[in-house]
Design a protein around this ligand. Structure first.
Ligand SMILES: [Zn+2]
Length: 254
């Protein structure tokens, strides 16, 4: 009963934060503030009344159109809200209602913003990466002091995936973006060197499968530029949730 209640609260919390993430995804690349200003319709500029700004439900209730100009509202908005809420439920399921939940939920939200901005604009804003680094350092301090995790796990995490990516960028011209390298350094401090290395492999695997599907479906060629950030983010999410089980399974093969 209490468990169900916690899951419902976390789901609603995830939807509300998800709504704020939409503001971040839209405004950060434009250099606009994310702390001030009401939401408005991008088509008719009408301010959105509070009852049309309830995450997920308003979209369903308005059937995906602006109340005033009837212009289509992008389904990406409710998708981001739902995705963020589901990610929070997944963190809760794996880590329980612990301080780690708060840290990792914040990490996942930042990754959602990064993935969608990178998809649209092919950039990873430094401010988001620095936020991951600062939160990651706090999470590492919590892990070391409260749970006795060895500190070097996180210190090496800064370099474990970022250095290989950096070298790859030197070898392959126009290969790796600087944003990807910085992201993997910051996220490495957050989840430690083992999981960030695995995230790099799994992220590359996702990107490879995606490129293959692009070629097979004739929607692109091997030369189609695919931003790496969303796949790295997906890799980090996968490894934060299941990385230790994947590692145990892999090491059990030998
Ligand atoms: Zn409108």
């Amino acid at each position: 009963m209490l468990d169900t209640l916690i899951y419902i609260i976390v789901f609603v919390y995830g939807l509300l934060i998800g709504s704020f993430l939409n503001v971040c995804i839209y405004r950060i690349p434009l250099g606009k503030t994310i702390v001030k200003g009401r939401s408005y319709c991008p088509s008719c500029n009408a301010l959105i009344p509070w009852y049309c700004n309830i995450p997920l439900f308003s979209y369903l209730f308005l059937r995906g159109r602006c109340l005033r100009c009837r212009q289509r509202i992008s389904p990406v908005y409710p998708a981001v809200e739902l995705l963020n809420a589901l990610l929070y439920l997944a963190v809760l399921h794996v880590y329980g209602p612990t301080p780690a939940f708060l840290f990792l939920a914040a990490l996942f939200s930042l990754l959602v913003v990064i993935a969608f901005i990178d998809l649209e604009h092919q950039i990873i804003p430094d401010g988001l990466v620095i936020t991951i680094l600062v939160l990651g350092a706090c999470h590492a301090i919590y892990q070391v002091l409260a749970l006795g995790t060895p500190w070097h796990l996180f210190a090496i995490g800064f370099l474990a995936a970022s250095v290989p990516l950096f070298i790859l960028g030197l070898v392959y011209e126009g290969g790796m973006g600087g944003g990807d390298i910085k992201l993997m350094a910051a996220a490495g401090v957050f989840i430690g060197w083992k999981l960030i290395l695995l995230s790099l492999f799994i992220g590359a695997l996702y990107a490879g499968v995606f490129s293959l599907l692009l070629v097979l479906s004739k929607k692109g060629s091997m030369k189609t530029a695919v931003p790496f950030g969303p796949f790295l983010s997906l890799g980090i999410v996968t490894c934060t949730l299941a990385g230790n089980r994947i590692l145990a399974w892999y090491l059990g093969l030998f």
